[in-house]
Each structure stands twice: as C-alpha cells, then as structure tokens.
Design a protein around this ligand. Sequence first.
Ligand code: SF4
Length: 365
Amino acid sequence: MTTILEARDVTKIFGGGMFDKTQTIALERFSFSVDADRPTVTAIVGESGSGKTTIVRLLLGLTSPTEGQVLYQGRDLQQLNRSERKEFLSDVQAIFQDPFEVYNPFYKVDHVLESPIDNFKMAKSKEHRRQLIVDALEAVGLRPDETLGRYPHQLSGGQRQRIMVARALLLRPKVIIADEPVSMVDASLRATILESLLVLKRDFGISLIYITHDLTTAFHISSDIIVLYRGSVTEGGNAGLVVPKPEHPYTRLLVGSIPMADPDLPWLGERVLGTPAGGVAPTGTSFCRFYDRCPHAMQECVEAAPPLFHTSHGRATSCYLYRDAPALPPDGLIQVLSEVDSDQQLSQNGLHLDPSLVRSPSSPS
Ligand code: SF4
C-alpha cells in the first residue's frame, strides 16, 4: 500500500505568540491518509469553524502543523526539496469554492488550461496542447467548441467550475482536494459538477477529498465521511454506515437537519437532539467540544476529550456514550476508513435515514 498524502496526528493552533495570549485550536489530533492503489472519495463535513479550511491548507502545504506531520509519499510536506515540491504540485491538485477568482477576466478561459501544460512541459507542440485540453474538457462533459475562445464572464458558474475540474485533471494528479466546489453555483448545476468529480475517480483512479458543509451531497458522492466539530473529529467511517444511522449526537443533529422530500415528515432540526444537559464545565483544555449542546453531557465529557471508539467495522465515534467499544489510537481513523470497500457506498441508490431522525415522537410511525 503506497500512501500519497497523510495527515498524522495533526494539531493546528493559531495565536498564542509572545504578545497574543489567546489561542484557537483550529484542528486537534487529526489523522487521515490517501492511498495510491485504493482511490476513494472522502467527504470531510462540518459547519463553519469546524476546521475544514485548516485541513485544506495543511494538506496543500499552505500552512504547517503546530504538532504532528503532513506527509507526501512519506516525506514531510514542509521539507520537500525543489523537485519533490514540483512532483507534489503535479500529484495533488485543488479545486476551490469560487471559480471566478481563478480567472483573469482579461484572458480567455483557454489561458487557465494552457498554463499548467506549459508550466509542466506536458505538450510536444501547440496541437498536442490543444488535444490535451480538448480531452480534459470532454472528460468532464464540456463541449470544447462551446467553451474555448470565451471570456470567463461569457460562461455560466457551472461551466467555469467544470473547467476547473478539467484543469485539475490535465496533470493526471493522484489526489484532488475539492473545497466546497458547488457551494457557489446554482442548485440546478451542482449535480453536473459533482458528476464530473466522480468521473475523475471512476475513469482516472484519482482520489477525491470533498470538503463541504452539506451532508447530502457528501453522502451522494462519497465512499467515506469524516465529520468535524470545532476542530475535532466526531465521527468517521463508511458513508453508507454513518449517514443512515449516525451515532455521535452532533452527527445526529446534522443528519436530522437534512430536509426530506416528504411533507408528512416534519423537519426536526435542533429538536433531534433534545435539551442540552448543562451543569458541567471544562476543567482543562481537553474536553468534548460538543458538551454545551449535548443532552447527554456528563462530567467525564469535560475532563478529557473522548478518543475515537471503534463502534463497528468501518466506523468510529468520538463520544463517551460508546465507551464500551475499543478506544482507538490517535491515527486509528486511517485503519477504520480502510475496512470497508470504497466502492460500496457509490452503488447505493438512495438515502434512507434512521426514522428517529425524521419523525417527532408525536408523528405517526
Ligand atoms: Fe455528548 Fe459527552 Fe458524547 Fe460529547 S462525549 S457528545 S458531551 S455524551
């Protein structure tokens, strides 16, 4: 098994310098890896402030961990030499939330596709470069004659974002990190963009790390899901196990907030959880980050952060309600995510939730 990209027990703390007494733990003891011989689609899900953006920046080498390591092919990302860095930039591509930011409005869109080919000297001639671009556009479902030769403003948001997918594909990377790639496009265009991302895994064996706040799209395209809350992993595992039957109270809240296309099913939102228990307060820096919203919070939860418990094959939950299950080491999530065949989730047809998440106690069963 060859690991391409790995976060090993990574913590990122902002602030707390000589003149700054405040510290923010943006990410705490996060472990995750992508293997070259097992392409996967892993969704990293969480609300604003959960640590998603920090993970993207760490995995791209744009910031360094406070503790732990981010490794590219076993080498510390912060210590790559020039040629290793070039290899990394080819193997790990990113697609960002706002495709318009990437474009220069004075250049035709051809420019953003030609640049990586030229920078990495991939084409033998102008004709070869053109063919590479045409192939990439067609692979993501775009018609070159309707795309090339246009300025960014002449294309829809969906087309611009799919050009970014084509651009990422040009270098035939091993991993693509897609950071909220559909959050700024119309709902009607999201499916086509997500489909073009899935093509990358299915047809080219590229692993995808899908960063999102939207559990619904995460479920539909991912084989694995990692749920974050205030910088900590609350739950992780095969998407087909986690979403239909969430274990952690926060994941239950997220899943319970998914609107269902059935007027007879009331939207429960925060009521899925019940009233916060209250009456407990952290005694140190390590505690369950969800304690102040959790109806089950107990003293134990605020004395030390819960480890990940291996609740069943292919899933793990960081909550003392599952303390009877074996506790995992900090990097245990990596092993858990490899336990279930990554293609299993993609063959599923629909989302069937735990009934307790979509019906209030008074609803007819
Ligand atoms: Fe609630 Fe405690 Fe579990 Fe945290 S560890 S989610 S506070 S029961």
